[in-house]
Design a protein around this ligand. Structure first.
Ligand code: UDP
Length: 350
């Protein structure tokens, strides 16, 4: 067993999930390089992480660059003697991916390949990839909860762009066996991610925001008039879609558990979710309870490509890597997101 890595490159380090990864790795005493082109990430996130790092055991080095900038990635990997890459940098709007597929394949798939090439040329051989349950597409009802062997059949360019990276990784790991038997990777397939750093140093700030929990909270904060429920005639108990919401800090703990448990030669795909779901109406009620605000709602049409129920069978990562989520109550997760929104009503903009 190789010792766990101590010098980590986090791509997308100024984005929602990547910034939480930087912070938790720093809290664990590791040396972190955050790389982000700031096209979707926030300079304010880099600043907040740098400020927090002053009181944390690890060191933080932000770099403003694209994952497709091969020479800068090689320099970052080499100069900082990086041992493992956590790759979060990606475009992640399903609708946008339908409108601009070339951009998604270029950035998400091509960018990941460029990053792997930079790792190859600098001898960095451990990789954790931010994949998604969108790679499963619309699984048949008898496959729910979704396990890793559920057939992958994405239904939009975003899901395909991530699925293709998984394919590349399995092929690359196979090809590297002779030259570098230690090459190892894990693709973590996330379900829904929510919540914020409980100490409110960083948080979720998507522009535009499309996710259910922050939208409910924006209504509570007076930034929107009502939550539009995208379909209330699904075959579920209350007619609205069911999703598996994992707290972002638990998600990062999953990465750290896998990082520490990854064995040389590993090529793994692992689901990350709580294993049960909440309906849109249940989420809305949790947001009402936590904010004390009525949060008006109105019915809207179904959103194309929304399966009625999606939740994970995460027994593999729990059993093999000892991952155990701490935020098991939806209200706890919502409370951290609400604390961030109250503290930073305009997110990183002010
Ligand atoms: N949703 C909704 N209204 C909104 C945003 C989302 O009804 O304004 C629903 C959406 O249709 C889905 C669930 O909430 O059933 C979770 O959506 P989100 O975009 O947060 O995550 P997704 O599951 O699409 O990745």
């Amino acid at each position: 067993m190789t010792p766990p890595p101590t010098r980590i490159l986090v791509t997308g380090g100024a984005g929602y999930i990547g910034s939480h990864a930087c912070l938790r790795l720093l809290e664990a005493g590791l040396d972190v390089v955050g790389l982000d082109d700031l096209s979707r990430g926030h300079r304010g996130a880099f600043e907040a992480i740098s400020a927090a790092a002053a009181d944390l055991p690890g060191s933080f080095s932000p770099i403003e660059a694209s994952i497709s900038d091969r020479s800068t990635c090689e320099a970052a990997l080499g100069d900082h003697r990086i041992e493992l890459v956590m790759h979060f940098a990606a475009l992640a709007y399903v609708g946008e991916s339908v409108e601009e597929p070339l951009r998604y394949y270029d950035n998400n798939t091509g960018g990941a390949i460029s990053l792997l090439q930079a790792m190859n040329s600098t001898g960095v051989n451990r990789f954790i990839f931010s994949s998604t349950c969108a790679t499963y597409g619309e699984p048949s009802t008898d496959r729910i909860p979704i396990a890793e062997d559920c057939p992958q059949a994405p239904i939009n360019p975003y899901g395909h762009s991530k699925h293709m990276v998984e394919r590349v990784l399995f092929d690359h790991a196979y090809a590297r066996r002779a030259a570098d038997p230690a090459f190892a990777f894990a693709a973590l397939r996330y379900f829904n991610v929510a919540g914020s750093d409980p100490k409110i140093r960083i948080g979720e700030d998507h522009r535009p925001e499309t996710h259910l929990i922050p939208i409910c909270l924006e209504v509570a904060a007076g930034r929107r008039e009502a939550l539009v429920i995208h379909g209330d005639d699904y075959p579920t108990d209350d007619g609205t879609c069911i999703r598996d919401y994992v707290h972002v800090c638990d998600l990062i703990d999953a990465h750290i558990a896998v990082m520490n448990g990854l064995a040389p030669g590993d090529a793994r795909a692992l689901n990350v979710g709580l294993g049960h779901g909440w309906s849109v109406r249940e989420v809305l009620e949790a947001c009402r309870k936590i904010t004390g605000h009525p949060i008006p709602e109105r019915p809207g049409p179904r959103r194309p490509g929304d399966p009625p129920r999606l939740f994970a069978d995460s027994s593999r990562i729990k059993g093999e890597f000892g991952w155990a989520p701490h935020f098991t109550e939806l209200e706890e997760t919502v409370a951290t997101a609400w604390a961030w929104m109250k503290a930073r009503p305009n997110g990183y903009a002010g």
